[in-house]
Write a protein that binds this ligand. Structure first.
Ligand SMILES: Nc1ncnc2c1ncn2[C@@H]1O[C@H](COP(=O)(O)OP(=O)(O)O)[C@@H](O)[C@H]1O
Ligand SMILES: [Mg+2]
Length: 372
């Protein structure tokens, strides 16, 4: 029953997505208590033939002899750690095995009169990741201890896999967002260097032609002026198409001026409150900028609002952003592409986004991004 209770506690931590470091300590303690060990620890195998201590526990009645968290031990034979790493199977050694050992662990075990060490491999998604070790003054019954360690160690493997999958997922979303940014930047550059330049040149030629129309041909002159006006309109459209990208003003002068220019371009009055001192990391500034741009353009297009408010505040841990309007409400991500894309961008940075938009009650877009 004691063991079942311990397993349940660990499983609850794993299911709750608790950080692996916390789970390592919890498992070291639960296993130590359930199996009446003197000490336990969890180590991660490193590529350079060392093992890093990531969790440990000692019986309160024992002297503190465990190496500190983050401490690195060489993996030298003969030792339980070397056996586990070599075979990916449980291993045990007793003081008789260690009697003449010259490995660092062997000497350490002799000095501290450890009678028996049992090691159990930690597998993560089928690959050997590290080991859980149990140190005892009395030799535990062979087989039984290993059996009982096995379930705890499986939970450790799951916790590590969860955390890795989570950070892999974040990294892959960040890559998707970065790739989309890059292709948009390329589109902007192509438009700017290509079509836009050609249209500007064409407009200049037309102006010259307009200027050299003989005085008698008023109709032709007016026609040319019309063409030039239309051309300017097309240039304006092209500029709008490419203005979805990160503006130069953001990169060169930072959030405050960039947000001010967004607010000025909005057709309704925007109350802007920016409490950010200094510059934030690039991807965060870009995310905040896009969030405000998307929210204000949604407000202008759908909200029928009379005013909007933007507030951005950064403390030493997170950036918090809110964009509110007093419009018709009813905003929902998933109906368009703007809010969904924004959510991806924010979550790729480890942040969160919420939309509160009751029918008739205005809309609030709330974004939190941790930055340290
Ligand atoms: N501020 C707002 N007020 C009212 N409705 C909104 C607001 N913002 C978004 N919406 C609604 O939510 C939908 C989804 O928004 P969004 O993802 O930005 O889509 P879109 O790409 O069409 O702009 C919009 O089509 C619109 O109907
Ligand atoms: Mg939109």
């Amino acid at each position: 029953m004691e063991e079942q209770g311990a397993l349940r506690r660990v499983a609850t931590l794993v299911a709750g997505g608790v950080a692996p470091a916390e789970i390592f300590s919890a498992v070291a303690a639960e296993v130590g208590q359930v199996l009446r060990a003197d000490h336990t620890n969890l180590v991660r195998f490193e590529p350079d033939d060392t093992a890093t201590v990531v969790g440990y526990w000692s019986d309160p009645g024992c002297r503190q002899i465990m190496p500190p968290l983050g401490g690195r031990w060489p993996i030298e034979a003969p030792s339980v750690t070397a056996l586990v790493r070599g075979t990916a199977r449980p291993a045990r050694m007793t003081d008789a095995d260690y009697a003449r050992s010259t490995s660092a662990i062997g000497i350490w075990a002799r000095i501290h009169r450890i009678r028996c060490v049992v090691g159990f491999p930690v597998m993560v998604e089928g690959r050997l990741w590290g080991a859980m070790n149990l140190y005892s003054q009395i030799e535990p019954q062979p087989g039984v201890t290993e059996d009982r360690m096995s379930e705890f160690v499986q939970l450790v493997g799951m916790a590590i896999a969860n955390a890795q999958n989570h950070s892999d997922l974040l990294a892959s979303r960040a890559r998707v967002v970065a790739a989309a940014d890059e292709s948009r930047r390329r589109l902007e550059r192509d438009l700017h260097d290509g079509a836009q330049q050609e249209l500007v040149a064409l407009a200049l030629k037309l102006r010259t032609a307009e200027g050299s129309v003989p005085p008698g041909l008023c109709g032709l002159k007016e026609q040319l002026a019309d063409v030039i006006r239309e051309l300017s309109g097309i240039l304006g459209h092209l500029q709008e198409v490419s203005s979805g990208t990160v503006p130069a003003i953001l990169t060169s002068t930072g959030l405050r001026p960039a947000l001010r220019s967004l607010a000025r371009r909005c057709p309704i009055p925007v109350d802007l409150d920016v409490r950010v001192s200094g510059r934030l990391p690039d991807p965060i500034e870009v995310a905040v900028y896009h969030a405000v741009a998307e929210a204000l353009s949604n407000t202008a297009r759908y909200a029928h609002a009379s005013a909007a408010g933007v507030s951005v505040a950064a403390d030493d841990r997170a950036v918090r952003l809110s964009v509110r309007d007093d419009g018709v409400g009813g905003a929902a991500p998933g109906e368009g592409i703007g809010l969904v894309g924004l959510k991806d961008r924010v979550e790729a940075l480890g942040g969160g986004m919420r939309i509160i938009s009751p029918d008739g009650g205005g809309t609030a877009l709330l974004v939190d991004i941790p930055w340290r």
